[in-house]
Design a protein around this ligand. Structure first.
Ligand SMILES: *Cc1c(COP(=O)(O)O)cnc(C)c1O
Length: 416
């Protein structure tokens, strides 16, 4: 079993180690929550100042053209595309993941309705992130055509749920609680065989592991930029549409930015011929501009290298926790097999919330999710092997010393 010096050696030989310098991280913190809010790229401070001072302050309205503001959602989409196995002109960075889900799910349901009006079921997992389910529920209610959300409790139950009434299989590739990774290509193939379309949420996979949307033959996808892509708090999300559906799918949020000629100011909506039709309205430029700083770091490596280190970090974390905290009631809920694991490790503990608060008190930042889940995200661009060691030692101290029993660690905050 590796010791602390071995971890330092692993860092010394890590080809991704130099990329950590591209991020601003407080020295006293071990940050294992990049799956919820990525760390800040150093370049983001200067970029924000440039957007606010020069582009907005001096350029004023001219910056929609001269600073490229108007083209930003497409330009960022093209830059993000290689990380998710997409091509140029297929991706937009815009709106939130929730809103993009609404647009794409609405578009796919309409397409299915035209092909076979009996297909009105959306299949997903009960454990999917709540907003994905809530958006589907709201859309089904609004359509008033008998649409419904059918939920399965286990991934193994997905095939049986794909009956001839199913319109869309809507899944998140990596489970936000357990870190379990779906086989996107196999499930997409199955959905297609059953006549359904496949919509993927990449919130915990974009920037975390190699994703191949085109290779998997998926139909559409959404994802966050503020998690593994380090775009900043509340940074706009992304959406992708398969080449075969470009110019075919119609967005239910037909705003003026999706019009073929927004500045023709026509009363009649006429969609853009390409991916641009999935824009809705004016973008939050300050936040959007910062997404580029996160993407730039990824251009200095490749996703195969990121994945290799991610698995090494999560393997090490699992092994060390089992060895050094083995006496405590921690249950691993993340799959051990590499091909089934994302870039996070989750443990269940009867006092999970208080344990996480005590860990954060020691400067080891992970997060907590119901029920009783300690969640640790590993972000190979800036997480070191020594961070894994130090995090496990802090966890051991919290558990051995029963630090979590302190009153102050029981208090619930609004965001966990
Ligand atoms: C984080 C996350 C979201 C977040 O959606 P927002 O609209 O950005 O709040 C959605 N879906 C999944 C699966 C997530 O993990």
């Amino acid at each position: 079993m590796p010791n602390r010096d071995d971890c330092l050696q692993l860092d010394a030989h890590d080809p991704l180690a130099p990329l950590r310098a591209a991020f601003e991280l407080p020295p006293s913190v071990v940050y294992l929550d990049g799956n919820s809010l990525g760390a800040r790229p150093r370049a983001a401070a200067a970029r924000a100042a440039q957007v606010v001072q020069q582009e907005w302050g001096e350029g004023l309205i001219r910056s929609w053209n001269s600073a490229g503001w108007f083209a930003l959602p497409r330009r960022l989409g093209d830059r993000l595309a290689p990380l998710i196995g997409a091509g140029a002109g297929e991706v937009l960075v815009t709106d939130t993941t929730s809103v993009n889900l609404f647009k794409l799910l609405g578009a796919l349901l309409r397409l299915q309705h035209e092909r076979d009006a009996r297909r009105r079921v959306i299949v997903s997992e009960r454990g999917n992130f709540p907003t994905d389910l809530h958006i589907a529920q709201g859309l089904a209610r609004m359509l008033r055509q008998g649409h419904e959300l059918r939920l399965v409790d286990r991934a193994e139950d997905i095939p049986a749920a794909l009956g001839d009434d199913v319109a869309v299989l809507m899944l998140t590739q990596v489970d936000y609680r357990t870190g379990a990774l779906h086989d996107m290509a196999a499930l997409t193939r199955l959905a297609h065989e059953r006549g359904a379309l496949a919509l993927w949420d990449l919130a915990h996979s974009a920037g975390a592991l190699p994703v191949d949307l085109r290779g998997a033959d998926a139909d559409a996808a959404v994802g966050c930029t503020y998690k593994y892509l380090n775009g900043g708090p509340g940074a706009p999300a992304f959406l992708w549409i398969a080449p075969r559906w470009q110019g075919v799918l119609e967005t239910p949020l037909s705003g003026w930015w999706g019009h073929a000629e927004p500045f023709a100011m026509e009363p009649q909506y006429r969609p853009d011929a390409g991916i641009g039709r999935f824009l809705c309205g004016t973008q939050g430029i300050v936040s959007q501009a910062l997404v580029e700083c996160g993407l730039e770091v990824f251009e200095r490596t490749d996703m195969a290298a990121v994945r290799h280190k991610s698995l090494a970090l999560t393997d090490l974390f699992i092994a060390l926790v089992e060895q050094r905290c083995g006496a405590h009631p921690l249950t691993l809920i993340t799959p051990r097999q590499h091909e089934r694991r994302g870039s996070q490790v989750s443990w269940q503990h009867p006092q999970g919330y208080a344990v996480m608060q005590a860990l954060i008190g020691r400067g080891v930042i992970g997060d907590y999710r119901e029920p009783g889940i300690l969640r640790f995200g590993f972000t190979p661009l800036y997480t070191r092997f020594i961070d894994v060691w130090d995090a496990v030692e802090a966890l051991r101290a919290v558990l051995d010393g029963e630090e979590w029993k302190q009153e102050r660690f029981q208090v619930r905050t609004a965001v966990t």
